[in-house]
Design a protein around this ligand. Structure first.
Ligand SMILES: Nc1ncnc2c1ncn2[C@@H]1O[C@H](COP(=O)(O)OP(=O)(O)OP(=O)(O)O)[C@@H](O)[C@H]1O
Ligand SMILES: [Mg+2]
Length: 468
């Protein structure tokens, strides 16, 4: 395989040798620990690696071309161009393979090819799950890989999450994985990705669930930078409803985040991975995510970080609040150079109010988010039905009712201060509480009315005083 000629790109600039698609996500994606991690020294070694994974007798070119396109490593045109060239070279009695031409053209890197080995192995093992035909990879997270599959007996599409072997050595983990999978399967709600089954085939553990033909909220944020307030509220209402249902059955999600909210083609929001996070401790989960470009624990509640034993509905409310914050501002609530810096901020740092990041936001949505993200779980909403009620109010152009209660106290203070000097009125607002800002205060009709009354009363007093 030594006499390969580097091929020009099939693009208008024939002299160009730099990769056309240098910044593909897979280049920066985390490399899972395991056998397929090392970067092969040469194209021949890379190819041999894949051939071993695929087992001899399989047509490697066919597998590689499908995976490279599916995983967005190269375009269909690029792959077709290489395939044609392979054919042509073979006709000229030159040895050629798709892997080598893809590498020579710099359409893919050796590292990316090395990672394909894992996909090939997983596909092979996935095909061993009786009753299912694995069709394609849907994605991979820190813990597992998700495949689209056909459930043969019921003739329906499903998504299967297959645990990597490294988890299957831990009996405690497996026990929890199965227990949580079973309880998640008891839930039935239009806004929860339906869990169908959790099982074992050989030494593989897998979780079968409803296949969602759509995208994640994370995809939407990445694509559009942020969502409109209206869109974000609609999603959060549905997820609050989903969580309310799960909480009523005693299940806490523990990993609510944009990547775990899927949106169907019809625009229905569905909460994914219900129950799965419980199989790992919260600390383990945070650590599992460490080092991922976007996977630092941006949404985890302070009590989960502290490793508290009693994690209740307010933990999910916090994470939904952080998710909503990200959706409407385009920024995560707390950022930092590493996971521990981010976690420290969840515990200690003051939240920048969402309407300071995006001034177009209504005061109502900011109040709701701030209450959802209060550091003390007791200061948060206690029930998702309350979150939902406030979101519905803001969606309908009204003030939030529950987040507004704090305001009631402050406004009473302001009313008492009416008798005092004008300057004193601003005082409560100048020390922003957890749930309101000065700008938001002066957008309240009641405050405006009181100010007008105060000015009129001062004016009358002045007139009366000058007459006497
Ligand atoms: N039920 C499903 N239907 C369709 N696609 C799914 C389904 N569940 C997951 N996916 C896809 O698979 C990808 C990987 O999911 P997974 O839960 O393994 O990781 P994640 O939630 O994206 O990330 P993390 O590991 O950080 O939690 C998701 O981003 C999504 O695109
Ligand atoms: Mg997930």
């Amino acid at each position: 395989m030594g006499n390969l000629v580097s091929e020009p790109n099939p693009k208008p600039d024939p002299g160009k040798t730099t990769p056309i698609v240098p910044d593909r996500a897979a280049d920066t994606a985390p490399v899972p620990q395991g056998a397929g991690d090392s970067t092969p020294a040469s194209a021949a070694e890379a190819e041999q690696m894949l051939q071993e994974a695929a087992k001899s007798g399989t047509n490697l070119d066919t597998i590689v071309s499908r995976l490279v396109i599916e995983q967005n490593l190269a375009t269909e045109d690029e792959v077709r161009h290489c395939m044609e060239r392979v054919k042509q070279m073979r006709e000229e009695n030159n040895q050629a393979s798709l892997v080598q031409l893809l590498l020579n053209n710099e359409y893919v890197t050796k590292r990316q090819i090395a990672r394909l080995r894992q996909s090939i192995e997983a596909e092979r093992s996935g095909q061993k799950i009786p009753g299912y035909k694995i069709e394609k990879k849907l994605g991979a997270g820190a813990m597992a890989t998700v495949w689209k599959a056909r459930q043969l007996r019921l003739d329906r599409d499903v998504a299967i999450k297959i645990l990597p072997r490294k988890f299957t050595n831990n009996p405690q983990f497996i026990e929890r994985f199965i227990a949580e999978g079973r309880s998640a399967a008891q839930l039935n709600h239009p806004n929860i990705v339906q869990a169908y089954d959790v099982d074992k085939a050989g030494d593989l553990y897998f979780f079968v669930m409803e296949y969602v033909d759509g995208r994640t909220v994370y995809d939407d944020i990445t694509k559009h930078k942020r969502l409109s307030e209206r869109e974000a509220i609609e999603i959060a209402i549905q997820i609050a409803d989903a969580l309310q249902h799960a909480h009523s059955k005693g299940l806490i999600h523990r990993d609510v985040k944009p990547k775990n909210i899927m949106i169907t083609k019809e625009g229905v929001a569905k909460l994914a991975d219900m129950g799965l996070a419980r199989a790992v401790s919260d600390k383990e989960m945070a650590e599992a995510e460490a080092g991922k470009a976007f996977g630092t624990p941006y949404y985890i509640s302070p009590e989960q970080i502290r490793g508290e034993r009693q994690i209740g509905p307010p933990a999910d409310i916090y994470s939904l609040g952080a998710t909503l914050y990200h959706m409407v501002t385009g920024s995560v609530p707390y950022d930092g150079p590493n996971p521990s810096a981010v976690m420290h901020k969840h515990l200690k740092a003051e939240l920048v109010p969402p309407d300071h990041v995006n001034p177009k936001l209504s005061a109502g949505i900011s109040q709701i988010i701030e209450m959802m993200m209060a550091k003390d779980p007791k200061a948060r909403y206690q029930k998702c039905s309350d979150v939902r009620a406030d979101l519905l109010a803001v969606r309908d152009g009204k003030n939030p009712v529950i987040a507004h209660k704090d305001w009631g106290v402050d406004l009473a203070g302001i009313a008492q201060a009416e008798a005092a000097a004008v300057g004193e009125i601003a005082a409560p607002a100048a020390t922003p509480s957890d749930s309101f800002t000065l700008g938001a205060l002066f957008r309240q009709p009641l405050v405006i009315l009181m100010l007008v009354l105060l000015v009129v009363s001062i004016a009358i007093n002045i007139i009366l005083a000058s007459r006497s």
